[in-house]
Design a protein around this ligand. Structure first.
Ligand SMILES: O=c1ccn([C@@H]2O[C@H](COP(=O)(O)O)[C@@H](O)[C@H]2O)c(=O)[nH]1
Length: 305
């Protein structure tokens, strides 16, 4: 099997898209007509929740697959429904994977090394069970928190090497308070620059045949200045860039995040795509999500070409 970065490059070329659709769906935001269609009074509330959450997101995936290179599943939106949500996440991950989409688990996980290994087993690798190895999820990549340093990251990096998976380490996030900690200056450098240097170190032995590392970084689209700096520190890493649209990140600024080949980024959009029906003339949510994802894909391509 190819390295994660090589698989990602192949998928980008095939789709002519660096857009990733984010699945951040809550039941409250699913259109009433869709809920009515699938809600069955004979079923339990939990069974209705699972059915409707799966059926809505499955249709979103079908609607956008032509325009996106992958799907990013935000853990929080499944965790809020406890293990019922995780059952749906499991099915959706498999569904997207069968469509040859790159699937990312956005869980921002990490801990001390023994616990980090548990996370990595779950989402990237295998979990030992009664002397056998069991694989529970088929994600291609995961987002991680760098705060615990190298021993927390190592289990993930080892599984990336072993199972040809990818990692996106939080370096500079898109939220308004990201400066509180990430911009703190330590010995003339901002903390996020030091984290980016660590990402370079952690990823320098995990390169695919195209020369890109399988260990990348999350950098918010709302942070073009940081994007420029981080690209300089990480010339051969993929940047996962969330924050366009609702959060205020501008597609035109993506030119600061790409590498010298105008490559090396994937760009996430969640709410603009999954709830496109709210802003669109089409009452049909699938058509709305299709049209919005097509338009975002085209505007990104124009901005980085
Ligand atoms: O810095 C970060 C890291 C992660 N995210 C996640 O991306 C999506 C963004 O959703 P939109 O609806 O497109 O704003 C969401 O899942 C965040 O948790 C981020 O926004 N910024």
């Amino acid at each position: 099997m190819l390295n994660f970065s090589d698989r990602l490059i192949d998928a980008i070329k095939k789709k002519n898209s660096v857009l990733v659709a984010g699945i951040d769906t809550t039941i409250e935001n699913i259109p009433d007509y869709f809920i009515k269609k699938f809600y069955d009074n004979e079923r339990s509330e939990i069974d209705n929740l699972k059915t409707i959450l799966f059926e809505y997101n499955r249709r979103i995936i079908d609607a956008v697959e032509e325009n996106v290179v992958g799907i990013k599943f935000q853990a929080a939106f499944f965790e809020q429904y406890s293990y019922h949500g995780f059952e749906v996440l499991h099915k959706l991950c498999e569904y997207a994977k069968n469509k040859k989409l790159v699937v990312i688990f956005d869980g921002k996980r990490n801990d001390i090394s023994s616990s980090a290994k548990g996370y990595s087993n779950a989402y990237l690798g295998e979990t030992p069970v009664f002397g056998k190895k069991m694989r529970f999820f088929e994600f291609d990549a995961i987002t991680t928190n760098p705060y615990l340093g190298q021993d927390g990251i190592k289990p993930f990096v080892e599984d990336c090497e072993r199972f040809k998976k990818g990692l996106f380490v939080l370096v500079k996030t898109s939220n308004p308070s990201s400066a509180d900690i990430q911009d703190v200056v330590v010995e003339d450098k901002k903390l996020y620059e030091i984290v980016a240097e660590k990402v370079f170190e952690w990823g320098k032995n995990c390169r695919g045949k195209e020369g890109y590392s399988d260990i990348g970084a999350v950098v918010g689209a709302t942070q073009p200045e940081a994007g420029k700096r981080i690209r300089h520190i990480l010339p051969n890493s993929f940047l996962l860039v969330p924050g366009i649209g609702v959060q205020g990140g501008k597609v035109e600024d993506l030119k600061y995040f790409v590498d010298s080949n105008n490559m090396g980024i994937i760009v996430n959009s969640s709410r603009d795509i999954i709830y496109a029906y709210k802003n669109y003339v089409h009452s049909d949510f699938e058509k709305s999500s299709y049209l919005v994802s097509k338009s975002i894909k085209e505007s990104i391509n124009a901005a980085i070409s």
